[in-house]
Design a protein around this ligand. Structure first.
Ligand SMILES: [Fe+2]
Length: 389
């Protein structure tokens, strides 16, 4: 399968991974695996701010992006996060039952992540969920646990880290969604409201429960910056609790690589560039260094442009994450593609990735449409959402 950005999706493409809806309590997915895209479905994906989806094509059927946690746990985690956010938005506190649910999800996340032979952020996997808030909370938890593991944390500290990450933005449930999603510049007053969310989260979480101070302090300080220009307390350097410093890196990376109502998703390599640029300024340099060891700039299943002018798809990552194994297209007229290991294959030492292919002029996404499957305009087969096609 191949990951194609929403802006390049075409009617007739075949969905390779089910997209789960978290907008309603329906057990039905938004789009099921094997569905043929129509203009209507593509519009739905745009409306739900999905940055893209995995598509099956003749040349990419054997390519499977990595999965750091299983589909069952993803679904359980997203439903659990939604349940807790819904509860806090109504009651302004978290019940013991829901706190237990979060800690259970945190535990399962950590145990599954630790089962991986090598913990790598080599996927755009969570893109197959349609609600930013819950998807973001889960991504931040996965990234934080991966960073904590790289830093040598014990399993129980990783569970605390996951719990804090799942709940880090719960203070936003008290801020209007219109303000959170507001395109363009915020007024000083609006920005001041947004800045209250770490304190609001701690206020709601600490009442009556024994959430560890590590977790609460991490949540409180996830918007602090290493140079002291963050909020709410303007702490700097190692005065910022280490959980907060880890959450900050995971939070910003995921936010940048997600579509927001006010901007497109950044590509992983661009987001990594941003983190490196602000290493030691906004972010703890040691935590950035740990993150760089686990994050993959060109995840499996993404299109890239090569320095020889050929488009290619990443099929496997190498020890040197800048030089994966790729399937290179347009090699010669009678050869549709060739597999090349950009790190080890002789004769390809001078070929490197110039950029991710989302905006590439070289890549013709139309080539990935299964033409025999093209459906008439707006036939909504495959769309099973609440409000129909
Ligand atoms: Fe936040």
């Amino acid at each position: 399968m191949i990951f194609i950005p929403t802006s390049s999706l075409k009617p007739g493409m075949v969905v390779a991974k089910t997209i789960v809806s978290s907008y309603d309590n329906s057990p039905l997915p938004l789009v099921t695996k094997g569905s043929v895209l129509t203009n209507c479905i593509i519009r739905r994906l745009e409306e739900r701010s999905l940055s893209g989806c995995y598509i099956d094509t003749e040349f990419t059927k054997d390519i499977e992006p990595g999965e750091i946690i299983g589909q069952m746990l993803k679904k359980k985690a997203l439903n659990g996060i939604k349940k807790v956010f819904d509860e806090v938005s109504v009651t302004r506190k978290i019940s013991m039952d829901n706190l237990s649910l979060v800690t259970e999800i945190a535990k399962e996340l950590v145990l599954q992540i630790l089962e991986s032979d090598e913990i790598l952020i080599d996927f755009l996997d969570l893109q197959n969920y349609d609600d930013y808030t819950y998807r973001h909370s889960l991504s931040v938890a996965i990234f934080s646990v991966a960073i904590g593991h790289k830093l040598g944390y014990s399993t129980s500290l990783l569970m605390d880290l996951a719990t804090g990450a799942l709940l880090h933005d719960i203070g936003k449930t008290e801020i209007s969604i219109d303000l959170i999603n507001k395109p363009g510049r915020l007024t000083d007053e609006e920005y001041a409201t947004i800045r209250l969310h770490p304190e609001m989260a701690v206020e709601r979480l600490k009442s009556g429960h024994s959430i560890s101070s590590f977790v609460l302090n991490g949540i409180l300080s996830h918007h602090e910056r290493f140079n002291g220009t963050g909020y709410p307390r303007g702490l700097s350097g190692t005065d910022i609790p280490v959980y907060g410093r880890i959450l900050a890196v995971a939070d910003v990376y995921d936010a940048l690589t997600s579509v927001r109502p006010y901007r497109k998703a950044w590509f992983p390599d661009e987001a990594i560039e941003y983190l490196v640029k602000y290493r030691g300024i906004h972010f703890d340099p040691e935590i950035i260094d740990a993150f760089l060891k686990i994050v993959v700039p060109y995840p499996v299943g993404t299109m890239v442009e090569l320095s020889n002018g050929c488009p290619a798809i990443v099929i496997r990552n190498n020890e040197n994450k800048m030089r994966p194994v790729v399937r290179m297209f347009n090699v010669e007229d009678d050869i549709p593609f060739r597999e090349v290991d950009l790190m080890n294959d002789k004769g390809y030492e001078d070929i490197y990735i110039t950029n991710l292919g989302y905006n590439s002029r070289l890549i013709d996404y139309n080539a990935f449409v299964a033409r025999e499957n093209i459906m008439p305009e707006d036939i909504s087969d495959g769309y099973l959402g609440k409000d129909g096609g």
